[in-house]
Design a protein around this ligand. Sequence first.
Ligand code: NDP
Length: 306
Amino acid sequence: MEHVKCLIVGSGPAGYTAAIYTARASLQPVVYEGLLPGGQLTTTTDIENFPGYPKGIGGAAMMEDLRSQALRFGADIRPGTVASVDLSRRPFAVAVDGGAALAADALVVATGASAKYLGLPSEERFKGQGVSACATCDGFFYRKQDVVVVGGGDTACEDALHLAGLCRKVYMVVRRSVLRASHAMQQRVLATPNIEVLWEHQPKEVLGDERGVNAVRLAGAAGEERRVEATGFFVAIGHHPNTEVFRPWLQLDEQGYIVTQGKSTRTSVEGVFACGDVQDPVYRQAITAAGSGCMAAIDVEHFLKR
Ligand code: NDP
């Protein structure tokens, strides 16, 4: 069985930053990149709020830079997903999809979070045929068409603005009478002529046929129904943490996020550290994820020295 000092699971800003720091500390980190190498930011457009990029930078380009930086210092970055762990043993036992088994002295969990869906049966039926949780990935397919975006946070606003540049009309379906998004994003959405916000509405059914989505049935605050003709249905209602593999072993909060101790990245199991969105239901920014990846690396170094 392969024995590694530091195993990092996940490859967003948190995982790559942990890799850069642990590689520079000569801990020879092995990184498993997971299902979406580079993480959620690879599906976003420009990142305008990461310090140091006055003109902004594309999400995918930033992740490629972080990956190259980790490789430069000797991180061993591999494709693959961790299928199971046994954290009751020392070193920790880790099984990777595809059959590889590793023993790790320290483990960094940086598996991030994934998009939530509404849970409508019709939404499930049309996934990939008009229903999407990634406007940046799929918006291109709906050029000059009418689409719906569900949600009122920064992601929904970002998606609506992206789609407004491609599509004829964007209906933004918001369940309350206010947006949760930052003030700047709200202003941009409200000033875009081809975005119509449908306040206090909830999707009830995604309608379509064998060619895909063609309309959405909505309910208003008083229960009144409304039908909107649209070929794309973009869900942007938040994320859930990717903690399934660790659920039996680590303390999680009621939403499933890994609980870390005080101002550290230590989890309920000594030698296991968590960083990035998987342990952060509050800030969830690239810069905070990268910062916590750095903290995890320093915590790993202290742990291994002891
Ligand atoms: P948020 O949790 O901030 O917003 C989710 C939105 O979806 C809310 O408007 C919420 O409504 C709505 N919603 C949730 N569940 C449902 C449901 N079942 N039906 C209908 N609507 C629903 O998630 P985001 O993904 O937008 O943002 C996550 C974090 O990432 C935030 O901190 C955000 O600031 C950040 N972010 C920053 C960006 C940037 O800086 N460029 C870009 C994207 C995200 P309600 O308000 O009623 O709860």
